[in-house]
Design a binder for this molecule. Structure first.
Ligand code: GFP
Length: 836
C-alpha cells in the first residue's frame, strides 16, 4: 500500500448546537460530521497538519461504531431480558471483509456519511479504500460464517459468533515473476476500530500435564486435571449489525495471553529469559491462521488453537448462564451451538468435561445436554481434509479429553454392537479412534456422535455424505441428518458490491428485495423488455470497466470491457480445476494461431485465488496461469481477441469488484468434490451465467435458473466414480484427442515459460500419468461447452435475457433462506425485536 496521503483537516465544527447524544448516535449529516470531527480530535489526536486519509477512515469507523454500539447494548439487554435461546456459531474462521461500507449500508446511512465527509472535503469511496480487511479465514468456510452472522442479525435472531482473533490472518499474496509470494498479513498494524477489547471477560485454558483421581466430599470418584500450562483467553467483541433492524449481534474472538507476564520464581533466580518464555509460548496460540490444504502432521499448535477457542467459548456460555440465574441443567434450552466443520468438535468433549468434572453432573445427564446442544455442519468429503489427530499428540496436549473420548467411545460402540450385533467391521469403521496405521482421534466421528443434527451444505453433498463419509452414522441415526444448502448475503454481495444494479432493482421492485429475495422473481417479466435489457447491459459494462481499471492498476494488463469477462476466482486447488480452464485457453490460443480468421467472441479470462504455501501443485498452477497470460497478452496475433489476467490477492474487498463484472462464472470442479461452493451464488446474484459441472450447489443453481440458462458439461458424480472403479487412464484421453496432445506438448515445451521446459513438467506429468481429478476426462466436453458459450455471447439480447433470469432466480441462495432453515429445523431459535 502507498503511504497514506497527508490531508489538511477542516476546522472543527463548533456551531451545530448538537447534544452529546446526537454526536454519539445521531444518524443525520450534521451529527455524523460532528462525530467524525470529534473522533479526529479526541480519539485519534493528530494535529491538523498531520491528519491523513486513514485518520478520516478511522474517525468515520469510530462514529459508525458508536451508532452500532447503541444498538448492540440494546440487543444484549433485550436478549438478557427475554431469556431467549441463543445461537452460538463456533468457527475457527470468520472472513468478515471490510466493515465500514457494509455497516453504513446495514445502518442505512451511506448517503448521510457521504455528505458528511464531503462537507469535510473527503470522498467516501476513497476513504473506504483505506480499510485493511481482517483476513481471518481461508475461503468458503470462513466467508459462510460471516454471511450467516449478517443474516442472523438481519433476521433478529440472538446469536454470537465465537472464534479466534488471529494476530496474522491469511497471508497477502503478491505475484513475483508469475509465482505466488506470501506476505505476512499485519492487519492490526494501524489498529482496529471495529473491536472492543474486553480484558475483564477472560477464561483460563489448560494445557498438557496429567490427570489425578480423587474422592469428593460426597464420596464420589472424580478426576482432576493437573495441567502443565495455563493460558488466558481474553475477549475482543465486534458488533455485527443487521440490515434495516436495530439488532446488532456479537462476534467474540479470543486472544491468548500468558497468565502472568513473568514466571516470578525464574525471575527471582535471575533467569530472565526463562521468565518471559511462558509469555511467548502462551501468546503463540492465536498468532497465525493456518492455511487450508497443508499437510496435517505435527500441527500441535493447530489442535491447541481449536481447543483454546472452544474452551473459552463454552466457559463463557456457562458463565453467562449463571449470570442469568439459569441452572446448568438448562444449558441446551438456552444455547444452540453449531460446529462449523470439525475444527471446533473438541467442544463435545470439553462440554462433557466442564459438566462432569467441574459442575459435577452425572455422565448421562451431561451427555444428554451435550448432544441436545450441538449441531455439526460438514463442509467437505475430501479424505485429506477430514481431521484426525495422532493419539500421542492428543494425549500430550489434552490428557483428560482423551480419557473422556475413550468413555464416550466405549458407550457409543456398545450401542453400535447392540444395533448391529456381530458386525465388528462396522464397529471398527465407526470408532472414534482410528486403528489402521498410526492410531488417531477421528474428529468427524466425534462431531457426529456428539450432535443431534448433522448437515451437509448442498443437496448433492448431503446425499453423498450419507452415502460415503458418514454412511454408517446415517444408518445408525437417519433422523439426525439433513441438508442445509449454503447461502450468501445479498446485502454485501449485491447491494453493496453492485450499486448500479441495486439502483435498478430499487427502481423496478422497491427497496425490500435485500431482505426478501423472492421478490427478484418479478424481474422475469422485465427480461423481455428491450429498454430494461439496455439498462442492465449498461450496468454490467460499467462494472466491467471498474474491474478493468482495478486490474490495470494492479497488473498492468489492459482489458476491454466490451469483451466477454470469463472469471474463475476461488482458492487454487486441483479439484477446482483451474488447470482445466487453462487447457481451454491454450486450445483457443492455438486455434487462433492456426486459423487467424476464426470467428470467436473476444474474451478476457480472469483468475484469482490463493494457494496454500505448502501446496506444490497449486503454486505451479498459479505460475502456469501467469505464464500463459504473459505469452498470450504479448502476442499481437491474438491479443485483440483474447487476454488472460491473474488478479493478485483475491480477498473480500476485491471480490466485491469481481463478481458484479462477470459475464461467465467458472464452476468446473470434478463432480462430487466441491461440497457446495458459494462463489457460484455470488456470481449468479450479479447476473453471471454459469459454466459448470453437476457439483455442489451448481446442481441447485441449474434447477433454479433452468437448464437453458446454464452451460452444463462434464462427468456426473456416478460417472466419475465408475471411471475410477474401472481404472482411469488419462493417457487414453490423450491418445484419442490430438488437440489435447498438442496443447499439453506446447505447455511442456517451455512455450509459456520463456523456453524453460522444466517449470510445467510436473503439472503435465501429473495430468498425463495420474490426473486424480479427471481433468483430461472432461477436457473435450469442456471445450465443446465453451464453444456454445462463445456462440451464445454473439446474441447480446438473449445473453442479457439469460443474465437477468440468473439474478431473478437467485433468491434461494440468500443466506437468509439458509439461516431460517437452521433456526427452524436445527436450532429452534426465535426472533427477538430490539427497540432503542
Ligand atoms: C468449503 C467447501 C465449499 C463450501 C464452503 C462453505 O470451502 O464447497 O461452499 O466450505 O460450506 F469446500 P473452503 O473453506 O474449503 O473454501
Amino acid at each position: 500500500k502507498p503511504p497514506p496521503k497527508q490531508i489538511k483537516i477542516a476546522p472543527p465544527v463548533t456551531t451545530t448546537g448538537l447534544t452529546d447524544v446526537d454526536v454519539r448516535s445521531g444518524m443525520q449529516v450534521a451529527a455524523l460530521k460532528q462525530a467524525v470531527t470529534d473522533h479526529l480530535r479526541y480519539s485519534i489526536g493528530h494535529p491538523p497538519v498531520a491528519t491523513t486519509l486513514h485518520d478520516y477512515y478511522y474517525a468515520l469507523a469510530l462514529a459508525v461504531r458508536d451508532r452500532m454500539q447503541h444498538r448492540w447494548l440494546n440487543t444484549l439487554q433485550t436478549n438478557f431480558d427475554l431469556k431467549r435461546k441463543i445461537v452460538c456459531y463456533l468457527s475457527a474462521e470468520f472472513l468478515m471483509g471490510p466493515h465500514l461500507g457494509n455497516n453504513l449500508l446495514n445502518l442505512g446511512i451511506e448517503q448521510e456519511a457521504r455528505a458528511a465527509l464531503a462537507e469535510l472535503g473527503q470522498d467516501l469511496d476513497i476513504v473506504l479504500e483505506c480499510e485493511e480487511e481482517p483476513g481471518l479465514g481461508n475461503g468458503g468456510l470462513g466467508r459462510l460464517a460471516a454471511c450467516y452472522l449478517d443474516s442472523l442479525a438481519t433476521l433478529q435472531r440472538p446469536a454470537v459468533g465465537y472464534g479466534i482473533r488471529y494476530e496474522f490472518g491469511i497471508f497477502d499474496q503478491e505475484i513475483h515473476d508469475g509465482w505466488q509470494a506470501e506476505i505476512t498479513d499485519k492487519w492490526l498494524r494501524y489498529g482496529n476500530p471495529w473491536e472492543i477489547a474486553k480484558p475483564e471477560v477472560a477464561h483460563y485454558v489448560n494445557w498438557g500435564g496429567h490427570t489425578e483421581y480423587y474422592r469428593d466430599e460426597a464420596g464420589n470418584d472424580r478426576v482432576r486435571w493437573m495441567p502443565y500450562r495455563v493460558v488466558k483467553g481474553t475477549a475482543y467483541d465486534t458488533p455485527t449489525q443487521g440490515y434495516g433492524v436495530n439488532n446488532c449481534n456479537t462476534l467474540r474472538l479470543w486472544s491468548a495471553e500468558a497468565v502472568e507476564s513473568f514466571d516470578f520464581q525464574a525471575f527471582n533466580t535471575g533467569d530472565y529469559y526463562q521468565a518471559v518464555e511462558d509469555k511467548i509460548i502462551s501468546e503463540t496460540v492465536t498468532k497465525v491462521l493456518y492455511p487450508n490444504d497443508e499437510p496435517q502432521i505435527g500441527k500441535h499448535l493447530r489442535l491447541g488453537q481449536q481447543y483454546f477457542f472452544v474452551s473459552c467459548s463454552l466457559q463463557n456460555m456457562l458463565h453467562i448462564l449463571s449470570l442469568s440465574g439459569v441452572p446448568v441443567e438448562n444449558f441446551a434450552e438456552r444455547y444452540a451451538v453449531q460446529l462449523n466443520d470439525t475444527h471446533p468438535s473438541i467442544g463435545v468433549v470439553e462440554l462433557m468435561r466442564l459438566l462432569v468434572d467441574e459442575r459435577r453432573l452425572d455422565w448421562d445427564k451431561a451427555w444428554a445436554i451435550t448432544v441436545q446442544t450441538f449441531g455439526y455442519t460438514n463442509h467437505t468429503l475430501l479424505p485429506e481434509a477430514l481431521e484426525t489427530w495422532p493419539l500421542p499428540m492428543f494425549q500430550a496436549l489434552l490428557p483428560r479429553h482423551l480419557e473422556i473420548i475413550y468413555e464416550i467411545n466405549r458407550r457409543f460402540l456398545d450401542e453400535v454392537r447392540a444395533r448391529f450385533s456381530g458386525d465388528e467391521a462396522r464397529v471398527a469403521r465407526m470408532s472414534l479412534i482410528g486403528e489402521e496405521g498410526e492410531k488417531c482421534v477421528r474428529m468427524a466421528h466425534l462431531a457426529a456422535v456428539g450432535s443431534h443434527a448433522i448437515n451437509g451444505v448442498a443437496a448433492l453433498h448431503s446425499d453423498l455424505l450419507k452415502a460415503s463419509v458418514l454412511k454408517d452414522f446415517y444408518e445408525m441415526w437417519p433422523e439426525r441428518f439433513s441438508n442445509k444448502t449454503n447461502g450468501v448475503t445479498p446485502r454485501r454481495f449485491l447491494a453493496l458490491a453492485n450499486p448500479g444494479l441495486r439502483a435498478l432493482l430499487n427502481e423496478a421492485l422497491g427497496e425490500q428485495w435485500p431482505v426478501n429475495m423472492e421478490q427478484l422473481h418479478q424481474l422475469e417479466a422485465k427480461a423481455d423488455d428491450a429498454a430494461f435489457r439496455r439498462k442492465w447491459r449498461a450496468i454490467k459494462e460499467a462494472n466491467k470497466k471498474r474491474l478493468a481499471d482495478y486490474i490495470l492498476a494492479h497488473t498492468d494488463i489492459e482489458l476491454d470491457p466490451t469483451w466477454l469477462f470469463d472469471i474463475q476466482v476461488k482458492r487454487i486447488h486441483e479439484y477446482k480445476r483451474q488447470h482445466l480452464n487453462v487447457l481451454h485457453i491454450v486450445t483457443l490460443y492455438r486455434r487462433l494461431k492456426e486459423n487467424p480468421g476464426l470467428n470467436i467472441s473476444p474474451r478476457a479470462f480472469i483468475f484469482g485465488g490463493k494457494a496454500a504455501p505448502g501446496y506444490f501443485m497449486a503454486k505451479r498452477i498459479i505460475k502456469l496461469i501467469n505464464g500463459v497470460a504473459e505469452t498470450i497478452n504479448a502476442d499481437p496475433d491474438v491479443n485483440t481477441r483474447m487476454k488472460v489476467a491473474f488478479v493478485p490477492n483475491f480477498n473480500v474487498q476485491n471480490a466485491q469488484l469481481i463478481y458484479p463484472a462477470a459475464d461467465l462464472s467458472e464452476q468446473i470442479s470434478t463432480a462430487g468434490k466441491e461440497a457446495s461452493g458459494t462463489g457460484n451464488m455470488k456470481f449468479m446474484l450479479n447476473g453471471a451465467l454459469t459454466i459448470g459441472t453437476l457439483d455442489g450447489a451448481n446442481v441447485e443453481i441449474r434447477e433454479e435458473v433452468g437448464a437453458e440458462n446454464f452451460f452444463l458439461f462434464g462427468l456426473t458424480t456416478e460417472e466419475v466414480e465408475h471411471i475410477k472403479r474401472e481404472g482411469y487412464h488419462p493417457t487414453d484421453c490423450i491418445a484419442s484427442n490430438s488437440e489435447l496432445r498438442t496443447v499439453l506438448e506446447l505447455i511442456n515445451s517451455g512455450y509459456f515459460s520463456r523456453g524453460d521446459a522444466e517449470v510445467f513438467r510436473s503439472v503435465v506429468n501429473n495430468l498425463t500419468y495420474s490426473d486424480p481429478f479427471l481433468v483430461l476426462a472432461d477436457y473435450a466436453a469442456y471445450v465443446a461447452c465453451q464453444e456454445r458459450v462463445s456462440a451464445a455471447w454473439q446474441d447480446k439480447e438473449n445473453w442479457t435475457r439469460m443474465s437477468i433470469l440468473n439474478t431473478a432466480r437467485s433468491g434461494k441462495f440468500s443466506s437468509d433462506r439458509a439461516i431460517r432453515e437452521y433456526c427452524d429445523e436445527i436450532w429452534n431459535v426465535q426472533p427477538a425485536t430490539v427497540k432503542l
